[in-house]
Write a protein that binds this ligand. Structure first.
Ligand code: G6P
Ligand code: MG
Length: 757
């Protein structure tokens, strides 16, 4: 009888095979010898039979038994059993050896000699093989049969104990990875040939298996990720082909199934399965299912919350789905800064822009909010959305004094960039905020506004800054520049005297030489020396009157003003911050509104502004409705009484049009010699108008008057009027004042006068 050794089963009926297998089991003592190349001799003792076999070069083996059945029919169970044992022997000895080149050749040889039909038969019979050798053949050829069972193959070659626990070690891991590698190469080839459904079958099994293994044997995860990465890449390429709807559906099911598993991991550098299939998730039902899965994971998968949350965000935009659950919203809100950075890193610009709508400005610290807006600005530039670029750049320059953003603004919207400089100049006095100074200097140097540039540099008084910018000024503003340097040098000499002054000024001298200003400055210094010789310093005048601001000094209504603005701006769609308080404190109602509108980029007509200002006042009046004398700030009443006792005149100088009403509620309106309120001054603080008028009303020289103020703008107004200024509150914010105290209960009129003289 003649058979293909590696495909014996296809030559005989199952009944015959079974008989032979029984005999194999019974045969426990035998000799198998190879007297010469290609020739085998099989002698069994228990039970007794004797078969000779010859291996032909075409891969077939002929067998001859001594029994009577064989003599009659040319085949018998002995011959068949001997062949089976020979095959087992060859395979075992092959397995024992490491897989040599020679063996590969042999395998190829055998395979070449098989017809496709034989091969198919072989494969279907051996699909449950446990040998790596056979598995490799299967991996190479399984796609040729009708219903290839890759799952079975993969499961089969993965060592498991009888309880189904996967038993991978270093050695068999290599085999498993080899087989998977072979399958994936096969898949790549099939994909090239556009056999999409065949490709998918391989991917389905390998992806499932790889994820299963990487979860079950985490110690080998890193190695397995190599194949997993490849599988995911092929999957993504597959999804870019035009797949039949049925195949698309299968891919959807696969992606949902795997992604939904506990322990599912996003692999760095690969596209998540759900994003690969995203283009063909078209039905509402499927979209909802995928979205809900992502939402669920965003809440539960704490390790990968960010990635899931980014997907949720993406689908909200893409599919116009609203997330309803509170926990998801909380996660999104908490992670928003990171989501934005992540989306930005991935280059999903539209998602970044979309996500920006969800940013609740008052939830995040300033620096983080700034980062988010910057991500938004990047995205807006990438998508070429000029309006958004200019809006974000505007916001960043104004609220965060971000110079880079301002540069961008200058490029896109020259007019707005100019406006920023105007606003910043107005709200930040020179040298009160280093960043604001930087923005302005850079701004004016970019727009070529030299007067402003020099003015600011002069007011800041930092010579190092001046040195940095004076190159631009030295032709157009030479004399002014010389003046500034001369004044500084003069003052330094006065303050420190010869040696120390020279030390301090040495770099300035060097610089002046290098830009050829030395001579001019020296000339100016000579003139100054002459002028000031024998002159007297300014004399401290006698203090004869006090002027008090109202809100925040005598009564704590400043909080109500701020709260009322908060409510109004909320209605206009903006969340104002503590820092805005600094800007509205002391400013008139309309001035405050104008500031807030600019700050939050809200445009209103004149009539609308009037309407909102009136509305703010309504809210404010309602808030202070219940005020009584008990609401006077600690020490305020005593301080007013002591002022009078000390023989000083008293006035009120408030920007509030409600001042008289409030004084009435506090029952102190007759304690003042003069009351000046928001109706008496056209200009808002820091303009000195209100205090100048208060001095006039008291018939005092401003130098004889001390103003008590809680707002930086108020302090500036007092000083500009020529009065002395006592700040009440934060010494940093009020650093321009002559004296800062925390409240009127912390001092007395006589103490203040002593300190000022
Ligand atoms: C005071 C407050 C400001 C307020 C201004 C005008 O100066 O500090 O916050 O805006 O008065 O108040 P009014 O009552 O006229 O709106
Ligand atoms: Mg005030």
């Amino acid at each position: 009888m003649k058979v293909v050794l590696f495909d014996i089963e296809s030559h005989f009926t199952p009944a015959v095979m079974e008989e032979a297998m029984d005999l194999v089991r019974e045969t426990n003592e035998y000799d198998l010898t190879q007297p010469e190349e290609g020739f085998y001799h099989f002698i069994s003792r228990q039970p007794d039979y004797h078969v000779e076999m010859a291996f032909k070069s075409d891969g077939t083996v002929s067998a001859k038994c001594q029994c009577t059945v064989f003599k009659r029919t040319r085949q018998c169970k002995h011959a068949l059993a001997a062949l089976l044992m020979l095959r087992d022997h060859i395979l075992r000895s092959r397995r024992a050896k490491s897989k040599s080149k020679h063996e590969n050749l042999l395998l190829d040889d055998v395979l070449k000699k098989m017809t496709v039909t034989e091969l198919r038969n072989f494969i279907s019979t051996h699909a449950q093989s446990h040998s790596a050798f056979r598995a490799e053949i299967l991996a190479n050829y399984l796609h040729l049969i009708k219903k290839p069972d890759y799952h079975h193959l993969l499961l089969d070659m993965t060592p498991m104990d009888k309880f189904g626990t996967i038993k991978l070690n270093r050695n068999n891991l290599k085999t498993v990875r080899n087989i998977i590698g072979t399958l994936l190469r096969q898949a790549q080839q099939l994909l090239k040939e556009k056999a999409l459904s065949e490709t998918f079958q391989i991917l389905e099994a390998t992806l499932h298996h790889l994820y299963r293994l990487s979860i079950k044997v985490p110690q080998f995860q890193e190695q397995l990720y190599t194949e997993l990465r490849l599988a995911l890449r092929i999957f993504d390429t597959l999804c870019h082909q035009s797949m039949a709807p049925r195949l698309q559906h299968s891919a959807f099911v696969l992606a949902m199934d795997i992604s939904g598993r506990e322990g599912y991991t996003f692999l760095k550098g690969t596209k998540p399965l759900l994003l690969s299939i995203e283009p063909f998730i078209l039905e509402e039902k499927s979209r909802l299912a995928a979205f809900q899965l992502a939402e669920k994971k965003a809440i539960l998968d704490s390790r990968q919350q960010l990635s899931w949350a980014s997907i949720v965000m993406r689908w909200m935009r893409l599919w116009d789905i609203r997330s309803t659950g509170k926990p998801v919203k909380a996660v999104l809100n908490r992670l928003m800064p990171d989501i934005l950075q992540e989306l930005s890193r991935q280059g999903d610009h539209e998602d970044v822009i979309y996500s920006l709508h969800f940013v609740q400005t008052d939830t995040y610290p300033k620096t983080i909010l700034k980062g988010m807006l910057q991500a938004g600005l990047r995205a807006a530039r990438q998508t070429g959305d000029r309006a958004l670029v200019s809006r974000l750049a505007y916001q960043l320059s104004l609220s965060y004094l971000d110079t880079d953003a301002w540069d961008i603004l200058l490029e896109t919207d020259h007019e707005s960039a100019q406006r920023i400089l105007k606003v910043v100049k107005e709200y930040y006095a020179p040298a009160t905020d280093e960043v604001a100074d930087q923005l302005l200097l850079r701004g004016w140097s970019a727009t070529g506004d030299k007067d402003e540039l020099l003015g600011r540099l002069n007011a800041i008084g930092d010579m190092n800054l001046l040195i940095r910018f004076d190159d631009q000024l030295k032709t157009s503003h030479r004399t002014q520049l010389e003046d500034v340097y001369a004044t500084h040098i003069y003052a330094t000499r006065e303050a420190y005297g010869g040696v120390i002054a020279r030390q301090k000024l040495s770099n300035i001298f060097g610089h002046l030489k290098s830009i050829d200003l030395s001579a001019g400055v020296a000339e100016k210094l000579k003139l100054m020396d002459k002028k000031n010789k024998g002159g007297t310093g300014p004399q401290a005048a006698d203090i004869r009157g006090f002027v008090f601001d109202l809100d925040g000094v005598i009564v704590d209504t400043a909080v109500h003003h701020f709260q009322s603005w908060k409510i109004i701006l909320k209605e206009l769609g903006a969340d104002i911050t503590e820092e805005d308080d600094h800007h509205t404190r002391g400013a008139s109602r309309m001035e405050s509104l104008e500031y807030l509108l600019t700050r939050y980029g809200i445009k209103l007509t004149h009539e609308e502004k009037e309407m909102w200002a009136a509305k703010k006042n309504e809210v404010y009046l309602e808030a202070i409705e219940q005020i009584t004398p008990r609401d006077l700030l600690p020490g305020a009443l005593a301080f007013l009484i002591d002022t009078r006792k000390a023989g000083l005149k008293l006035a009120l100088g408030s920007a509030s049009k409600n001042a008289r009403g409030v004084l009435k509620k506090l029952a102190i309106e007759d304690r003042f010699d003069a009351i000046l309120d928001g109706n008496d001054a056209k200009e808002s603080k820091p303009n000195p108008e209100i205090f100048t008028k208060a001095c006039e009303a008291l018939q005092l020289d401003p130098a004889e008057v001390v103003v008590f103020e809680d707002a930086a703008k108020g302090v500036q107004a007092a000083l500009a009027a020529g009065c002395h200024a006592v700040g009440l509150g934060d010494p940093m914010a009020l650093k321009e004042a002559d004296i800062v105290i925390s409240g009127l209960d912390q001092s007395t009129p006589t103490l203040i006068i002593e300190q000022l003289s």
